[in-house]
Design a protein around this ligand. Structure first.
Ligand SMILES: [Zn+2]
Length: 249
């Protein structure tokens, strides 16, 4: 049985003034001795990521696999934190990413280069069962080589969509924000729906939002949102302005 847990909750927003927040979803799958992270976040969440794993009794060294949906900085940078892990990434995504000029896409160029020459890299292709009961599928649009992962379980299967379906809103509207190819994204979102609707209870995990199930065909969150920002505008460190940036009640 593959167990599933959200380690970092994705957030469906960006800043008009400062661009992407990079608050992407990090998921943990455990099966037997295997500890598999699907996407691994970026610098800002490092402390939280390691703390949340430690709370579960999981050391960085014990992570056996990091599965990457795509190579945007907010999903992949922390592959370097897990010294024993095999890092799996789509062949097409890696080849594409290596060819892009610096600054042209949301790619951490040096981390991608280091991954490409790492002995721990394993390049995977769509349709491949990358681990027992985990199959990768091609969902282009957001990036050309984006993959999602389908995890088969006895009861509730799991679709880890990554940024092929970043938010609940992308799923319900059928269109994508921040995509390289809107038509391809629309087809990819449709293919997520096609797989999601097959088996009742299947969990879909967006790249920047919380896990959902379909209840009467409506995407319904499985958890409550926990996200806020503390700011310092005053004259002493104790005066903190706390911003709740959840959806208003
Ligand atoms: Zn992305």
């Amino acid at each position: 049985v593959v167990n599933f847990k959200t380690i970092i909750q994705g957030y469906p927003g960006k800043s008009p003034s400062h661009g992407g927040l990079g608050w992407s979803t990090v998921s943990l799958l455990t099966v037997g001795d295997e500890r598999i992270l699907v996407d691994c976040g970026s610098f800002g969440v490092r402390g939280t990521l390691l703390k949340n794993l430690k709370t579960l009794g999981i050391t960085p060294e014990s992570i056996s696999t990091v599965l990457l949906t795509h190579l945007h900085w907010d999903h992949c940078v922390n592959w370097t934190l897990f010294p024993g892990a095999t890092i799996m990434v789509g062949e097409m995504e890696l080849e594409w990413a290596l060819k892009q000029s610096t600054g042209s896409h949301q790619l951490p160029e040096l981390y991608v280069e280091a991954l490409a020459s790492s002995s721990r890299l394993r390049v995977i292709v769509p349709g491949e069962e990358v681990l027992n009961n985990i199959v990768a599928y091609h969902v282009p649009g957001h990036t050309p080589g984006h993959l999602f992962y389908y995890i088969s379980r006895e009861r509730d299967d799991i679709i880890i969509a990554g940024d092929a379906g970043k938010t609940r809103t992308e799923l319900t509207s059928g269109a994508a924000d921040m995509t390289m190819d809107q038509d391809a994204s629309k087809r990819s979102i449709q293919s997520l729906w096609d797989m999601w609707a097959v088996k009742p209870g299947t969990i879909l995990v967006p790249g920047h939002d919380m896990p959902m199930v379909l209840k009467d065909s409506i995407p319904t969150y499985l958890s409550t949102r926990n996200v806020s920002i503390d700011s310092w505008f005053g004259d002493d460190l104790m005066s903190i302005r706390h911003f709740d940036i959840r959806e208003p009640e």
